[in-house]
Design a binder for this molecule. Structure first.
Ligand code: UDP
Length: 327
């Protein structure tokens, strides 16, 4: 079976992607340095521990498996941390990706799927974003991802590296079968932090900013179920293997929910109170990030069927209660 190299395959999104790649008939090879991932999340193919900054190690893995494509998730992804330590983000996310791209080209693996982010767009006056919206990142995380998008375009021109770029909106939920799920340490994302607060693992959820220019004063995000998100990646790999041109796709649902709305849905799904406190804005947060996903739907045939807030919170809550959080 054809190998696909999955960087970050031990992480939240990468582990779910390995599951659906394996289901689609590929052998996912996880390359991960375990800085934020978990070896026991690697269940669907071989594991190769390594760091993207270690070029000889990358060359070794390309030579061993001769993958038909790379799906590149491995990156640091915390907006707040990227504002306090931008060098870390430029070194890992940009330097690491450049190493990987050069290794792929040298190994003649010219199909490359890249995890980018809506954070590359930055503040956009509340409009629904399309792939043509201008990219004006307001944090180092978004800037580092946009830089890798530029590198991919350059390598397409110079070396024929064909790529699909997915710009993610807010990913949530877990594998409904319970084989893999979300676990970050430290956790910074809204829904898992809220579930922690609901079942007493932390005192309260802090709402970051209540004075944004939105109907209820809290930030608005477009939440996508992780299973829907990773299914797009299988379609992205297939798109490249079928010989289509490089393409950028937003992965969102077109529906935005405020932090307070997410809290209300969580209360309804879990039937429990959500202890909250109100705090100041978090550095680097945009007011509203909502995507149009017409392109992914019409060109890739993507169908984000599970991406209701109810399904995402239900699946996340089931995973949360399964005990996998007690590592
Ligand atoms: N958020 C919050 N409290 C938290 C974590 C997040 O109010 O403890 C807010 C955050 O300001 C943003 C939204 O929830 O508006 C989603 O944040 P998250 O970190 O989950 O994802 P991001 O949008 O940064 O990718």
């Amino acid at each position: 079976m054809a190998h696909v190299l999955v960087t970050g395959g031990a992480g939240y999104i990468g582990s779910h992607a390995c599951k659906v790649l394996a289901k689609a008939g590929f052998t996912p090879v996880t390359f991960d340095n375990l800085c934020t991932g978990w070896q026991d999340a690697v269940k669907f193919g071989p594991f190769e521990q390594g760091d993207l900054l270690d070029r000889p190690r990358l060359d070794e893995v390309f030579a061993k498996y001769q993958p038909v494509a790379v799906v590149h998730f491995a990156a640091l992804s915390q907006v707040g941390e990227s504002m306090s330590d931008p060098g870390l983000y430029w070194r890992n996310n940009v330097g690491g990706s450049l190493n990987l791209i050069e290794a792929a080209v040298e190994a003649d693996c010219l199909n490359f799927v890249f995890s980018s982010t809506c954070a590359t767009y930055g503040e956009q006056d509340g409009v629904t974003l399309t792939e043509e919206s201008p990219q004006r990142p307001i944090n180092a995380y978004g800037a580092s991802k946009r830089a890798v998008e530029d590198i991919l375009q350059n390598f397409e021109q110079s070396h024929g590296l064909r790529h699909v770029i997915f710009r993610y909106f807010n990913v949530a939920g877990a594998d409904p079968d319970g084989e893999v799920g979300e676990f970050h340490q430290p956790e910074t994302h809204l829904i898992p932090l809220m579930l922690d607060a609901i079942d007493g693992k932390r005192d309260a959820l802090t709402v970051f900013g209540t004075d944004y220019d939105t109907p209820d004063g809290t930030c608005i995000r477009d939440y996508v179920h992780v299973m829907d998100l990773v299914s797009a990646h299988v379609k992205g790999v297939q798109w490249l293997l079928d010989g289509h041109e490089p393409r950028v796709f937003n992965l969102g649902t077109g529906s935005g929910f405020s932090v307070r709305e997410v809290i209300d849905h969580s209360r309804a799904v879990t039937n429990k109170e959500v202890p909250i406190t109100e705090g100041p804005r978090r550095a680097g947060d945009c007011t509203k990030l909502v995507s149009g996903s017409d392109r992914a739907m019409s060109e890739l045939g993507w169908e984000p069927n599970r991406s209701t807030l109810e399904a995402m919170i239900t699946d996340a809550w089931r995973w949360h209660q399964s005990g996998h959080y007690e590592r």
